[in-house]
Design a protein around this ligand. Structure first.
Ligand code: GLU
Length: 524
């Protein structure tokens, strides 16, 4: 076994003596006291200001695993890339988590949950690796590394800092002191003991056991420029001390798995169970081919899109839930479960290759979801949306709750025939615009039969029940020798500007007699 650095040198290399020993950290973040089988998961976004729908999908898996096992779901902010930081980016994440109902439980014991606030913890673990000889200070400059890379490329070697190219891996204490005296700040690198000619077997809960060549790269653990950890090192430290049992992350991390196994082994810690998720794909409108959802091309790749346009967030979750647990839709249609939270998701069944995200299917989920809502809940959702995201017109539509309730209650009383044309809160208000005089656009193209309209005005009484009202329409049709439907169509277009609406009698009842008469009179 290599000998590591002395405590004095460790303190100099890290800029300060480590605050904790590993034993102290183990005590500070004790194993969680949870029932057997409880899963501890975390959503760990880098705050970039943009939340991809694929992130929401991953967070849903995290949340669901914790929820169904009576575990814990955390939100960890991976803000170690100081170059990429954006103001307000954390708010974007937290707001999305709240709106989609993925509430996290960041128990103080295991915090802080911003990686930028965990420097002392990372340094303390780095100190341990320096002490045991599993890590070393590296004084290579960016120029040195560029030179090494160029040499490797021209000689046809794999690029990276490994083996003979890792100039400082066997640096002596005297050399370290000399560099430090010179004012140089090192990065801390892993002293890799891997041999790429040997294989390491790593487990993924969906893919099973996967063989990889062992890692021989001396990867950076702590960066020299800001003293912050790399993703790899932060993952090791945080997921160990936060007592994460299941790490759900994008499949782009799969190639790093041998490195992560290696790190856990060096610390003699048990690695978590890994679940690498496939990207969300869509069918390209132009080519008809399946491809990744793109931040640039697809507005729906951005979680904010669903909030701005007022998609029922629960329906988005239900649909994503069905992508990741393909049996869910059937179980729901059979009535075995009421919603995704009641459905038991099997980690093994999470799709291994691109799950398909199809806006048409989402529309179906949204229509079904809204169709099953009580009127009062629908009114509340539409109102909350309009007040937060709507324009002046939409805010006006929701100002009179009583009128809005009567408008939205049309065709919702018979459970067997609930209207299914509402998709989003925004589109719901758009469909119903004609109920508001300021938004109503009379249809001037339609060839109205003014005899019919006049006859209607003569006998119309808003207090008529539906049968009486209908009998009057039948009488008018007979009188002018037209079909009943023609009379109704004349009235429908006159009142709504449209040829297709829900139940005409209900529309008149909601509009009220004065408005009905006024709209028809304007046309005759
Ligand atoms: N910050 C990483 C990412 O956004 C997290 C990966 C993980 O969940 O471990 O890709």
């Amino acid at each position: 076994m290599r000998t590591g650095l002395t405590e004095d040198l460790i303190a100099r290399v890290l800029g300060a003596a480590p605050k904790y020993t590993v034993a102290e950290l183990e005590e500070k973040f004790p194993p969680r006291n949870l029932p057997d089988g409880a899963m501890v998961t975390r959503f760990a976004p880098s705050p970039t200001g943009f939340m991809h729908v694929g992130n929401l999908y991953g967070a849903l898996i995290d949340y669901k695993l914790a929820q169904q096992s009576n575990g814990v779901f955390m939100l960890r902010i991976e803000d170690t890339d100081t170059k990429r930081e954006v103001d307000g980016a954390v708010t974007v994440v937290k707001n999305a988590m709240h709106c989609f109902g993925l509430e996290y439980n960041n128990d103080e014991t295991y915090g802080p949950y911003y990686q930028s606030q965990r420097k002392d913890i990372y340094r303390s673990v780095a100190a341990e690796l320096l002490r045991t000889g599993h890590a070393y200070p590296c004084f290579l400059t960016p120029d040195d590394m560029e030179r090494i890379r160029a040499e490797q490329s021209s000689a046809g070697f794999a690029t990276g800092i490994y083996g003979e190219f890792a100039r400082d891996r066997d640096i002596t204490p005297d050399e370290i002191t000399r560099h430090l005296d010179n004012g140089e700040i090192p990065s801390i690198r892993l002293y890799s003991n891997g041999n790429p000619n040997q294989r390491i077997f790593c487990k993924d809960a969906v893919r099973g056991s996967i063989g990889f060549p062992e890692n021989n790269e001396d990867l950076v653990l702590i960066k020299s420029n800001d003293g912050l950890p790399t993703y790899h090192f932060a993952h090791l430290v945080d997921d160990h001390f936060m007592r994460t049992t299941h790490v759900v992350r994008g499949e782009e991390w799969l190639p790093s798995l041998p490195l992560h196994y290696q790190l856990f082994r060096m610390m003699e810690w048990t690695p978590p169970v890994y679940i690498h998720t496939a990207t969300l794909d869509k069918i390209d409108d132009e080519t008809g081919k399946q491809r990744k959802m793109s931040k640039r091309k697809d507005p729906e790749a951005n979680v904010a899109f669903f909030l701005n346009d007022g998609w029922p967030t629960d329906a988005v979750i239900e649909y994503l839930g069905n992508i990741l647990a393909s049996g869910y839709e059937e179980a729901k249609l059979k009535g075995a479960v009421k919603n995704f939270w009641e459905y038991e998701m099997k980690p093994k069944k999470i799709p291994m290759s691109g799950g398909l995200f199809d806006m048409k299917k989402l529309e179906w989920w949204a229509k079904e979801y809204i169709g099953a809502m009580a009127v009062s809940d629908l009114v509340k959702s539409v109102t909350d949306w309009a007040n937060e995201y709507g324009n002046d017109k939409q805010k006006m539509q929701v100002a009179d709750t009583d009128y809005l309730t009567r408008v939205l209650a049309i065709e919702r009383d018979n459970p067997a025939r609930i209207r299914k044309d509402f998709i989003t809160w925004k589109q719901t208000l758009e469909i119903e615009e004609f109920f508001w005089d300021d938004l109503f656009v009379p249809n001037t193209e339609y060839a109205y039969n003014s005899d019919v309209l006049n006859a209607f005005l003569e006998t119309f009484d808003i207090t008529d029940d539906k049968d009486t009202w209908w009998n009057k329409i039948v009488a008018i049709a007979e009188k002018f020798g037209v079909k009943n439907g023609d009379v109704a169509m004349n009235l429908r277009v006159a009142l709504s500007g449209r040829t297709n609406t829900p139940d005409l009698y209900s529309i008149m009842q909601v509009m009220g007699g004065t408005r009905v008469v006024k709209r028809i009179k304007a046309l005759v």
